[in-house]
Design a protein around this ligand. Structure first.
Ligand SMILES: C[S@@+](CC[C@H](N)C(=O)[O-])C[C@H]1O[C@@H](n2cnc3c(N)ncnc32)[C@H](O)[C@@H]1O
Length: 326
């Protein structure tokens, strides 16, 4: 059966996707917020230099700045690709975004939020689709909760979102955001986050948790076992009507190989939520891997001559209330 997309790829505006060259363009509001952060921290020149390998962010100001300078746009492009799916390989992911953010009262958690690349990309992309009249400007109230260990990254995320509030309101998006200290390896910190998540998501008609680019820390730095119990609790307490988690990672061998990060994630999920009916299936799951993937170019916002490769592996976990007994 042919899937009818909520936002067909033919409707994507040139300001987000250059069809002729298969190239993503980061949304203008996102770019302006990122540039303002770079300017304020004196990082603009650095952002024009080649990107060093193995940057995964971290708790210090230097690690946070390196990530902001060199990885922020890559993180953003990945999230934008998951949302828009210009090459039609992630229908069920992009539809989840389109449906969740079509209007009404919505809750969005971004974990770990870093400097806010995921949440800012989501809001700025919806804003651009609305500005170009590709989707209706139905009032959309988004309650955002970011969790992150680096105080510097939390401050950047706060500043960036604050700088966009009035432009977002101009297209009918009203945002209330908070960025909390969250240590994925600490059960007390996680309990505080869950309490806040429960309070802030009350009354929302749809809920989404975005987890982006965390495999470097969880897999490569060997922290999965220390963090696993916190994810158990987070996912269990996030079950609700219209609730899902979208996990986005780079399309690398350590992420997608058998025994790699995504297998580990899916095994964990099936163990904890084995009784749930949804089981993370993507379209065409018969002969496809359990994750969706896509790959395209993205235009670097500061260097007109430079397009970088953007790729992602993504899984959608639906988190309904009802658990079907085994
Ligand atoms: C690769 S970055 C991804 C950030 C953001 N999701 C993005 O896509 O840009 C990983 C983030 O995890 C944060 N982090 C590292 N250890 C953490 C922990 N124990 N708990 C929560 N966040 C942590 C880092 O500070 C960094 O901001």
């Amino acid at each position: 059966m042919t899937h009818v997309r909520l936002i067909p790829t033919s409707e994507l505006p040139e300001s987000l996707w250059r069809k002729g060259t298969n190239c993503l363009i980061l949304p203008p509001l996102l770019v302006s917020a990122w540039q303002a952060l770079l300017e304020a921290e004196g990082l603009t020149d650095k952002a024009n230099l080649p990107v060093p390998d193995n940057l995964i962010g971290g708790i210090t100001k230097d690690a946070t700045n390196d990530h902001l300078t060199w990885r922020f746009t890559g993180s953003s492009a990945r999230v934008q690709m998951a949302m828009l799916d210009p090459l039609s390989s992630l229908d069920q992911i992009s539809d989840a975004f389109a449906k969740t953010f079509s209007g009404g009262q919505v809750f969005l958690a971004d974990l770990p939020c870093g400097s806010g690349a995921a949440v800012l990309t989501i809001l700025a992309t919806i804003a651009e689709l609305r500005r170009t009249n590709k989707v209706p400007r139905t009032p959309l109230h988004v309650t955002v909760l970011g969790g992150e260990i680096s105080e510097f990254a939390r401050a950047y995320a706060t500043n960036a979102i604050t700088s966009l509030l009035s432009a977002l309101e101009g297209v009918g998006i009203f945002v209330n955001a908070e960025f909390l200290k969250w240590d994925a390896c600490d059960k007390f910190s996680n309990a505080d986050l869950i309490k806040e998540l429960t309070l802030r998501s009350q009354g929302c008609g749809a809920r989404m948790i975005v987890l982006a680019n965390f495999s470097g820390f969880l897999q490569n730095s060997g922290k999965w076992n220390a963090a696993k119990d916190q994810f158990d609790a987070l996912f269990l307490h996030s079950r609700d009507v219209n609730s899902c988690a979208i996990w986005i990672e780079p399309l690398t061998n350590t992420v997608t190989a058998t025994g790699g990060f995504l297998s580990r994630l899916v095994n964990w999920f099936q163990k904890v939520f084995g009784a749930l009916p949804q089981q993370t299936q993507l379209v065409g799951d018969e002969d496809q891997p359990i994750y969706g993937s896509s790959n395209a170019l993205a235009q670097h916002p500061l260097r007109p001559e430079h397009q970088f490769n953007s790729n992602l592996a993504v899984i959608r976990f639906d988190l309904p209330i009802k658990v079907v007994s085994k």
